[in-house]
Ligand binder design. Structure first.
Ligand code: PLP
Length: 423
């Protein structure tokens, strides 16, 4: 172990990484505290983290789970999504958004995006059929979607009439469910409200590369209207995340309380207190420290890149929206996908790590084989083919930002000049 981590460090000494987690003494101390407490699975720290997340997002109840993927799937299954149903999602997202729909036996219906990388509301409207049960918007890079328009759309009279309610939950809601994939956007703001309280249900991710990490983890933010008892749904989902066992480990430790029942063949995707202890430290300093730092990095990239004619700066705040500053989605004007790939190799040669968010799902083998075609999503393809995600993380210094910008500028120079000379 020690040999391996030392080897990795030597390999990467000069490399600017893409998004390492912020691990400092506060996090380490809190994890040690949990380990020493003897309570390492779901317990008091997870329950406290849930309460703090509810207060943070301004929604009604929060269930922590071991990933956003698990959280999204639990919600789809709670709503009764099954074979024959359709779920509308953007073509431009990570595979998790679509895979959970497949797990339920339903069909992901991909739609194209806007220039801002988020799902197009006009495209959603065209894709709605009598089979549509759920829409899953994704706040790409942390920039909130057009939530007023999306929420209004599913309440439109003709769209409500088209909705075929089959389960009790679907009958109670009486319309398409909006399930936000907020894997990127905890802390994002839309019209003075935080991501978490903007749609029926929102799911955060706390994966290692995300803004707020617990190493792996996720949270279901319940915000259903008053027709629903969000506390009851919390309890139901909690049981569903623990094999359908009606008492969790903490409840079973109470004297004489050993007996339990299994009420359904549930899943196993609870969060542990070790993870929650990392989350508690992260959440406590998230707005006042992490988001301030990330915004500073976004502003600095914007300022430095604005001098280049080829740079297309992503939108990350306007009068109604503010990003969580998760991914800096730079685009290079007028280049092809192949030129983008060449530029990325040159950037790596300069010892700077970059990434692409995302390869649209219709380009992935599994989804291609199901018959999806990228030509049906021209904006997704155009954004993808010119996109380069730049490093953003807590410990990135102003000097590092300068290094990244120089590496990108040199790479663009090399590739564009080379292609001009050979053309
Ligand atoms: C990371 C990510 C997920 C999945 O999150 P996990 O916690 O790893 O399951 C879902 N959607 C998007 C858009 C993501 O980037």
């Amino acid at each position: 172990m020690l040999v391996l981590s030392t080897a990795l460090r030597t390999l990467q000494t000069n490399m600017i990484p893409f998004s390492p987690p912020r691990i400092d003494q506060l996090i380490i101390d809190e994890v040690i505290d949990t380990l020493k407490s003897g309570w390492i699975t779901t317990g008091p720290k997870t329950k406290l983290f849930e309460k703090k997340l509810t207060a943070y997002g301004g929604h009604k109840a929060t269930l922590c789970v071991n990933s956003a993927s698990a959280g999204l799937e639990l919600v789809l299954r709670w709503f009764g999504v099954k074979e024959g149903d359709e779920v509308i999602i953007p073509a431009y997202t990570y595979a998790a958004t679509a895979n959970v729909v497949i797990h339920c036996g339903a069909k992901p219906v991909f739609v194209d995006i806007n220039d801002d990388f988020n799902i197009s509301v006009a495209a959603i409207e065209k894709a709605i059929t009598s089979k549509t049960k759920v829409i899953m918007p994704v706040d790409l890079g942390g920039f909130p979607c057009d939530f007023d328009e999306i929420n209004m759309l599913v309440n439109k009279k003709d769209i409500v009439t088209l909705f075929k309610a089959e389960t009790d939950e679907q009958k109670q809601l009486g319309r398409i469910l909006i399930l936000s994939d907020a894997a990127h956007s905890i802390g994002g703001i839309y019209k003075n409200k935080k991501v978490g309280s903007l749609t029926d249900i929102t799911v955060y991710s706390f994966h290692a590369v995300k803004n707020l990490t617990t190493s792996e983890g996720g949270a279901i933010c319940l915000n259903l209207n008053n027709e629903f008892d969000n506390e009851e749904i919390y309890k139901y989902l909690n049981t569903k995340s623990l094999h359908g066992q009606n008492k969790d480990a903490l409840a079973k430790t109470q004297i004489g309380n050993w007996k339990y029942d299994i009420v359904e063949a549930g899943y196993k995707c609870n969060m542990t207190d070790i993870l929650a202890s990392i989350g508690l430290v992260e959440l406590d300093r998230y707005d006042k420290d992490m988001l301030v730092k990330r915004k500073h990095i976004f502003d600095l990239y914007t300022e430095m890149l604005s001098q280049y004619k080829w740079a297309q700066i992503p939108e990350y705040s306007n009068v109604t929206k503010s990003s969580s500053f998760h991914v800096f989605l730079l685009r290079i004007k007028g280049i092809s996908e192949q030129e983008r790939d060449e530029i990325i190799s040159e950037i790596f040669n300069a010892e700077v790590s970059v990434n692409v968010h995302f390869v649209p799902l219709p380009m992935m083998s599994y989804y291609k084989n199901l018959g999806y075609k990228i030509k049906d999503y021209p904006k997704a393809y155009d954004n993808y083919s010119r996109e380069i995600s730049l490093p953003v993380y807590y410990d990135l210094t102003d000097e590092n930002v300068q290094t990244v910008v120089s590496a990108v500028a040199n790479a663009v120079d090399i590739v564009i000049n080379k292609n001009h000379l050979t053309a």
